[in-house]
Design a protein around this ligand. Structure first.
Ligand code: HEM
Length: 427
């Protein structure tokens, strides 16, 4: 009964607040930075087909700077609570941040300014941060015999994390030394392994802990959850092989299997949602549900582009719906639930009144974020479908406002946490 274990283990296995919150703070900053870049260079997004430039930089400010950064902060805190085993080294968690954060800055700077040396140094630092993270998580997971539905997803996610780094670094090296026989094939395999493989399997795996926690629901069906994980993994493997060898029928078969597995997962989550005790779930679940809907939609755009239909529109739409529609929506929905929960737990101590989760979750800035994000996803998608730089810029502006709303929510929470700790005064 994973959810109960989590609640029992969470309090006693809290890392110092600076560990998870430095990752979350960086993610909040990189979300803002990505939207600034898209507002300024919006005309470059319609028709974007990859290659170095500001759009590739904006894409990796979100994928690495927001998605992977959040995954690292969340995993470092959630895993010890669930596995009831501490991470091997807190210093190594800090070192992961001090490799990964400057790595993302250097890599995206290099991508944006087409400076190969910066891409290579940044890629190297990012890869070292990823390896250290993967080592800490694998070390923790290998000691776990139970909660198979979570560990199955996480082992597949870790394997994809290593693969995405190898593909990513080889793409950077190919810009300099022309080492790859099929650059586009590797770029698409990299995108699939990264966004569906690592981020997808990590998010779907942790959903077995977090979705019942957020809804106060009955535990999820672990047997069908494991089945879904392995069907998705089969689909992913076929898709990646198909992209690397350039085999279309295999690509469609892999995608179909992947979507079937995803359907099974979403059915398990739908049952959890139905059994929930907490009726109103708030704005966070508008974003989580949007992510659940846009994940299979992104596969649809990917297959349409793979079939050669209006590739200059469906190609960019695939990348945008995948990264901003599914990944960013789902992560921002989850992040705005786990951060106040974690912060509140850090205020529990003798002689001080803890801060309630509700007082760390002001509705207005989060509503600004939700509306800004929904406006961004809609307008940018319309801009890519209609080849309109103006619509993309308006959408990016909406996203920027949304990211400022999220930053305000974050700043308010950190300020209250800090004041509670420094003054120990009742809030
Ligand atoms: C070690 C970390 C990473 C490195 C060095 C890296 C590097 C690259 C490079 C060089 C490209 C350009 C390929 C091209 O268009 O010519 C690329 C494309 C891409 N990357 Fe990454 N990346 C990394 C991590 C990630 C992560 C974590 C994600 C998603 C969660 C991601 C998603 C994408 C996507 C969607 C594309 C576009 C693929 C296309 O051209 O259609 N990357 N990456």
């Amino acid at each position: 009964m994973i959810f109960g274990d989590f609640m029992m283990g969470a309090r006693s296995r809290l890392l110092g607040p600076s560990i998870p919150f430095r990752f979350f703070g960086a993610a909040v900053f990189f979300q803002f930075a990505a939207w600034v870049l898209i507002v300024v260079y919006a005309d470059e997004m319609p028709g974007f087909q990859g290659g170095p430039g500001e759009m590739l930089a904006a894409l990796h400010l979100v994928t690495l700077g927001v998605a992977v950064m959040t995954a690292m902060g969340a995993a470092f805190q959630i895993l010890p609570a669930v596995t009831k085993r501490p991470l091997r080294s807190v210093v190594a968690c800090k070192a992961t941040f001090w490799l990964f954060f400057p790595g993302v800055l250097a890599l995206t700077h290099g991508m944006g300014h087409q400076q190969l040396w910066a891409m290579e140094i940044g890629g190297g630092l990012v890869a070292c941060g990823i390896l250290l993270f993967a080592g800490l998580v694998a070390d923790n997971l290998r000691q776990v015999g139970d909660m198979k539905v979570v560990t199955d997803h996480l082992w597949v996610a870790l394997t994809c994390l290593l693969l995405l780094a190898v593909f990513g670094l080889s793409l950077v090296a190919d810009f300099d030394y022309g080492i790859l026989p099929d650059h586009l094939g590797v770029a698409l395999a990299h995108a699939v392994v990264a966004a569906y493989g690592f981020m997808g399997m990590l998010a779907l795996g942790f959903s077995f802990i977090l979705i019942p926690l957020f809804g106060l629901s009955a535990p999820a069906d672990e047997r069908n959850g494991r089945r879904a994980a392995w069907v998705i993994t089969g689909g992913l493997s076929l898709t990646v092989v198909a992209l690397l060898v350039g085999n279309s029928p295999l690509l469609f078969a892999g995608a179909a299997l992947g979507v079937a597995g995803l359907g099974l997962h979403l059915r398990v989550m739908a049952k959890v949602m139905k059994s929930r005790m907490r009726e109103a779930l708030g704005d966070s679940f508008v974003l989580i549900r949007l992510g659940w809907v846009l994940l299979p939609v992104s596969v649809g755009f990917g297959l349409t582009a793979a079939a050669g239909v209006a590739v200059d529109r469906t190609g960019p739409l695939f990348g945008f719906i995948l990264v901003f529609g599914w990944l960013l929506s789902f992560l921002m929905g989850v992040l705005q639930r786990i951060m106040p929960f974690l912060a509140s737990m850090h205020t529990v101590r003798p002689g001080a009144k803890p801060i309630l989760v509700s007082s760390l979750t002001p509705a207005r800035p989060l509503r600004v974020h939700m509306i800004g994000h929904l406006g961004a996803v809609l307008l940018v998608a319309v801009g890519l479908a209609c080849d309109s730089g103006l619509a993309v810029r308006l959408g990016a502006f909406s996203g920027l406002i949304g990211s400022l709303g999220f930053a305000t929510f974050f700043a308010n929470m950190i300020w209250k946490l800090w004041r509670h700790h420094t003054k120990g005064r009742k809030c």
